[in-house]
Design a protein around this ligand. Structure first.
Ligand code: 3PG
Ligand code: MG
Length: 395
């Protein structure tokens, strides 16, 4: 796999370099609530710009349906990127149309432009090879070299991730390389005890990674919305909490096979509604009232999880423990995150939401071994799946 350093060694002065970044940041209206993914790609942009490249950055944001949708414009991201780089970043209001053509044509050496959301074009995510190819042809025509630094999107077989690499000399950016190196340490022979913490809303999203990790981990701590399907599988009533009825049997089977290595919350914060001002109490995990829903793990669970983490030598954490965006339901995520920072070993935070949680809760990023920019990408890597974006860089 050729890398950004190889490209820089070739020389990029005056060359047009297309950089695929993952700038899919959380937004509140047009306010970026966590700019971690923008900051993560800055070293690549700076290196190319300082070497005199004409830098053309592309990304997706959210999941628009293949047509322009102002809700998902990358314009606020261009502004923030300019602030962070302390230099102007030009913005094109389309991806391969008139605006992109004129903005990229007028770039001088060292200048940077961001194009509008790739997913405003149906070809980007199309399952049809021909339609993806047609879009990739247009993207490739904008540049002379391609750098993929969008680790968070390497699991997507999309035009800007997969097809464009076949059309231009292609190089892995520093972020992609660092992510692959760190996650590789987890799939090899991780130092034991190896403890994995999983949260987030759905068991079905995490099933493949649970199956892949179960034979390898000493403990799997389960919180977040997905814990209620496990609690139900243990025979508890979960009230109005998130529940995947069709996954209950699967969870029961996982609990049987795990032979005590899957650890579930023993108490939860149960609320009358999904709202910051809803009445809420800590209840036993086996006694969630029928008219309440669990929105966080409780303090006894935090203590239990912290005990399991205390002796760990390797930790991987994906998914918040509760609805951390709402202050009354943030303590579980904060408590578990703090326990991870105290681990004397190698700790990795994977997942857009958990990474955002670390920063929005004001935790010290430096206290973690690595904070991945990939959510689905890091999970699919740990599942052992072939990642189309990585495969394309290797060809
Ligand atoms: C992510 O947020 O996980 C990546 O940006 C990929 O986004 P996607 O799941 O919409 O493809
Ligand atoms: Mg996602």
């Amino acid at each position: 796999m050729k890398t950004l350093d190889d490209l820089l060694a070739e020389g990029v002065e005056g060359r047009r370099v297309l950089v695929r970044a993952d700038l899919n940041v959380p937004l509140d209206g047009t306010t970026i609530t966590d700019d971690g993914r923008i900051r993560a790609v800055l070293p690549t942009l700076r290196a190319l710009s300082e070497a005199g490249a004409r830098v053309i950055v592309v990304s997706h944001l959210g999941r628009p349906k293949g047509a322009p949708d102002p809700k998902y414009t990358l314009e606020p991201v261009a502004r923030r990127m300019g602030e962070l780089l302390d230099r102007p970043v030009a913005f094109a209001t389309d991806t391969v149309g008139e605006s992109a053509k004129s903005v990229t044509a007028s770039l001088a050496s060292g200048e940077i432009a961001l194009l509008e959301n790739l997913r405003f074009n149906a070809g980007e995510t199309s399952k049809d090879d021909a339609s993806r190819s047609a879009f990739a042809d247009e993207l490739a025509a904008l540049a002379e070299a391609f750098v993929d630094d969008a680790f968070g999107a390497v699991h997507r077989k999309h035009a800007s991730v997969y097809d464009v690499a076949a059309r231009l000399p292609h190089f892995a950016g520093g972020l992609v390389l660092r992510e692959l190196e760190v996650l590789g340490r987890l799939t090899g022979q991780p130092e034991r005890p190896y403890v994995v913490v999983l949260g987030g809303s759905k068991v079905s999203d995490k099933l493949a990674v649970i199956e892949a990790l179960l034979p390898k981990v000493d403990k799997l701590l389960v919180g977040g919305g997905m814990c209620f399907t496990f609690l139900k599988a243990q025979g508890h009533e979960v009230g109005n909490s998130l529940l995947e009825e069709d996954m209950v049997d699967t969870c029961r089977d996982l609990l049987d096979r795990a032979a005590g290595r899957i650890v579930l919350p023993v108490d939860v914060v149960a609320a009358t509604a999904f709202a910051a001002d809803a009445a809420h109490d800590v209840v036993d995990a086996s006694a969630i009232p029928a008219d309440r829903l669990g929105l966080d793990i409780g303090p006894a669970s935090v203590t239990l999880f912290a005990e399991a983490l205390a002796g760990a030598r390797t930790v991987f954490w994906n998914g918040p423990m509760g609805v951390f965006e709402l202050a009354p339901f943030a303590a579980g995520t904060r408590g578990v995150a703090e326990a991870i920072t105290k681990v004397d070993g190698f700790t990795v935070v994977g997942g857009g939401d958990s990474a955002a949680a670390v920063r929005t809760l004001g935790l010290d990023e430096e206290a973690f071994g690595h904070i991945s920019t990939g959510g689905g990408a890091s999970l699919e890597y740990l599942e052992g799946k072939t990642l189309p974006g990585v495969a394309a860089l290797e060809q």
